[in-house]
Design a protein around this ligand. Structure first.
Ligand SMILES: [Zn+2]
Length: 109
């Protein structure tokens, strides 16, 4: 690639990045202005597969092996039927995971 082409490419990327920022701003404004009509929240937990930590013991320093069980982190999604915005609940602290089965959506902005 020639020097001129590289300069042109760099310029095009800068223009595209500016355009992207602009569009994101417009999107957020439009989402904020939407009179959201939320669908029923959907429970879709995040699954962290089980895994094994190998034995890394050294001398009298015992550390493993360890089997970590599959984890299910409660997560809810809701989507606006008008603008298509999807919100996800925050992942809960470990102590709350067993009992929390109610969606709590946070504000985005
Ligand atoms: Zn909406």
């Amino acid at each position: 690639m020639k020097g001129e082409e590289i300069k042109k490419l760099r310029q095009e990327i800068a223009t595209a990045e500016k355009d992207l920022e602009n569009k994101k701003k417009i999107l957020i404004e439009a989402e904020d202005a939407c009179d959201h009509d939320w669908e029923k929240p959907v429970f879709k937990p995040k699954i962290i597969p089980a895994y094994d930590i190998p034995d890394r013991s050294r001398g009298s320093d015992y550390s493993g092996p360890l089997h970590v069980q599959e984890q299910e982190i409660p997560r809810w999604f809701q989507t606006c039927t008008k603008c298509g915005l999807t919100l996800m609940t925050e992942e809960y602290a470990e102590s709350e995971r067993e009992t929390t089965r109610t969606p709590v959506f946070r504000k985005r902005h």
